[in-house]
Write a protein that binds this ligand. Structure first.
Ligand SMILES: [Zn+2]
Length: 202
């Protein structure tokens, strides 16, 4: 891999990259208010492992890692560490990816969705998964309310808001620019997401 690599993910689309342990990836919301769904799969084992938001919540005992804390796999291995959070917007680890059924229920059949966009990236990479894991929803404003309600509000991530992650294992990373356009989640306008990857010094 070149020392630095940019990947621009279009609106309502997905992108992916293989990262080696120690590489970093900055996930940037260039225009603001755009949720980015993120998944990671361990790329170097016969039995596949993947980032598990429930394992992560259990291990860190929080709803979302603080800077310096990690995201853990189904097998409780650290896969990614949050190095920087340059966004005033909360992030989410409670909601699933948007999928075909969600849009059908809202009256929008055959709508682009994060789940299908993830599966497209996995298929292209020849990776088979026994389940579709729930994603990390960056820049998604859906913190639990005091009365227990879970409501997704419009993201307040400003243009250029970003997070920096480090791979703690060799992983296949997938990011989707969330497709929701009938609800304020993405500020009523779906835009793209940029990945800036830096290889670790070798
Ligand atoms: Zn989505």
């Amino acid at each position: 891999m070149p020392e630095r690599l940019h990947i621009d993910i279009g609106p309502q689309s997905g992108g992916s990259v293989r990262l080696s342990k120690g590489d970093t990836v900055r996930i940037i919301d260039p225009e603001g208010q755009q949720v980015a769904d993120l998944w990671a799969f361990a790329a170097d084992s016969k039995t596949i492992d993947w980032l598990s938001v429930s394992q992560t919540r259990d291990i860190i005992e929080r709803l979302f890692p603080k800077v310096g804390e990690s995201f853990y796999s189904e097998r409780a291995e650290a896969l990614l560490t949050l190095l920087e959070d340059n966004s005033p917007c909360p992030h989410d680890m409670l909601f699933p990816a948007c999928n075909r059924g969600l849009y059908e229920r809202a009256g929008y059949p055959n709508h682009p969705n994060c789940r299908d966009n993830l599966l497209t990236e996995l298929r292209a990479a020849g990776i088979e998964v026994p389940v579709v894991p729930d994603p990390v929803n960056l820049f998604q404003r859906s913190e639990p309310q005091a009365d227990g309600r879970l409501e997704v509000l419009a993201s307040d991530n400003p243009p250029g808001g970003n997070v920096l992650l480090r791979a703690d294992a060799d992983i296949f990373l997938v990011v989707t620019a969330c497709s929701i356009d009938y609800h304020p989640t993405n500020g009523d306008r779906c835009t793209g997401i940029r990945l800036e990857i830096s290889a670790r010094d070798r």
